[in-house]
Design a binder for this molecule. Structure first.
Ligand SMILES: [Fe+2]
Length: 250
């Protein structure tokens, strides 16, 4: 099974985070970058967006933008899984987003081609950080316990122990990680033989690490600035003999 994964396109506008005269995130370039990926990766079975699909503006504009990008991505033949990021749910409720992605909730699983794909979701809670939704931790335990096939976990917010001292956006933020990081890591240890890969977004830069022996990857933002142009980075997961993840560029 071949899975194309991209993260944090912030589709809709170019964003200057640090300096007004410099673009940091090339959100306007999303469609053309994605079309280039389609040209390069002809046959794949699943597309995963790791979150921050849109650049947030207001609830009405975000709803329209999210709906537009979903319909744009539906032109591909492969199935799509959407992970909700903090910019997606800044103005949109999880209820709105679950309708947009055509799922009961924004955390869910899908059994596709002999692999269980588990998508996590979280919400910002003041003074607490990015927090899993209502019954999500117990649900995750059950999903892993009951799975008879290998699993991949996707989460916008990392829950590994990566060092972010050199992060462009998060070097001083302590709230970048999932609040229940320790609990989720414990579950990863409990079911480490079933979990083949864990994939994060949010940070905009690549990282590779391990949790209890399970490989984790942070997929860089496809529209992050790279010397005056978008990086065009994305990942391909091959679930062949070994579950592997490699980063490519368009
Ligand atoms: Fe994010």
């Amino acid at each position: 099974m071949k899975i194309v994964v991209f993260s944090d396109p912030h589709r809709g506008k170019d964003i200057s985070v640090f300096k007004p005269e410099r673009i940091d995130i090339w959100g306007n370039e999303f469609s053309s970058l994605f079309n280039k990926i389609l040209k390069k990766e002809k046959d794949f079975d699943l597309l995963v967006c790791l979150g921050d699909l849109i650049a947030d503006k207001s609830s009405s504009e975000d709803f329209k933008s999210y709906a537009e990008v979903i319909s744009f991505l539906k032109k591909i033949k492969a199935e799509c899984l959407f992970v909700v990021g903090n910019h997606d749910c800044k103005n949109l409720s999880h209820s709105d987003l679950s309708k947009l992605i055509n799922r009961k909730r924004t955390y869910y699983s899908a059994d596709i081609m002999g692999v269980k794909h588990i998508v996590l979701s979280a919400n910002w809670v003041d003074k607490k950080g990015y927090t899993l939704l209502e019954d999500e931790l117990g649900w995750l335990d059950e999903e892993l316990k009951n799975s008879n096939v290998p699993c991949i976990i996707y989460s916008h917010y990392p829950f590994d122990n990566q060092n972010l001292k050199k992060s462009k956006y998060f070097s001083k933020e302590i709230d970048v990680f999932l609040r229940e990081r320790d609990d989720v890591q414990r579950l990863v240890g409990k079911y480490s033989t079933k979990i083949k890969l864990i994939v994060f977004g949010h940070v905009h830069q690549y990282n590779k690490s391990k949790i209890k022996g399970v490989s984790t990857f942070t997929v860089p933002s496809m529209t992050e600035d790279n010397g005056g142009k978008p990086s065009g980075e994305y990942a391909v997961i091959d679930t062949g003999k070994e579950f592997s993840l490699n980063i490519y560029r368009v």
